[in-house]
Ligand binder design. Structure first.
Ligand code: HEM
Length: 139
């Protein structure tokens, strides 16, 4: 698991948790923007989704919320990462798709947070996403 050996600095965890708390009420918009950016970067990804889109969006935000909440709990984060790896394993995602997902989530956060996504907060989110999303590819 890519969580091994990696930890986040307390100030990064706080910054991610605070910014997410501020947009929690708009989490459906965040998911909407995530998929807009993902499909722009990976047009072929669109046909992989079989679930109802409303359900898909709520599963995405539930996963993001769980990861954000557990950034300081390596065991819980490792379990979430294993879960993510499991649900994506059959898709054969590689580095390109993982990178697209990271960029799409940052872009979605920018759409919702605007100027509140200052460079420090963005860097903290990037570290958090790398910590968890690195595990969507087998390595
Ligand atoms: C930030 C990165 C990502 C997160 C947090 C994420 C999260 C999730 C979650 C929570 C589910 C639902 C799992 C379940 O059914 O319980 C899911 C399903 C799925 N994800 Fe992702 N995902 C990410 C990136 C991607 C990428 C990059 C792709 C494709 C290129 C992708 C394709 C899919 C597909 C197709 C499903 C549905 C699987 C199925 O029903 O067969 N995901 N994702």
């Amino acid at each position: 698991m890519s969580c091994r050996g990696k930890v986040m600095r307390p100030q990064d965890i706080q910054s991610v948790q605070q910014s997410f708390a501020g947009i929690f009420a708009r989490k459906a918009d965040l998911a909407e923007r995530f998929y807009v950016h993902l499909y722009t970067r990976l047009p072929e990804a669109r046909r992989l989704f079989r679930n109802d889109f409303v359900k898909q969006k709520s599963m995405l935000t539930a996963m993001v919320a769980a990861c954000v909440k557990n950034l300081d709990d390596r065991q819980a984060l490792g379990e979430l990462a294993t879960q993510l790896l499991g649900t994506h394993a059959h898709l054969g995602l590689g580095a390109r798709e993982t990178e697209a997902a990271k960029r799409s989530l940052i872009a979605a956060l920018r759409d919702i947070l605007g100027a509140d996504l200052d460079p420090e907060t963005e860097a903290a989110w990037s570290r958090a996403i790398s910590l968890v999303a690195g595990t969507m590819t087998r390595h």
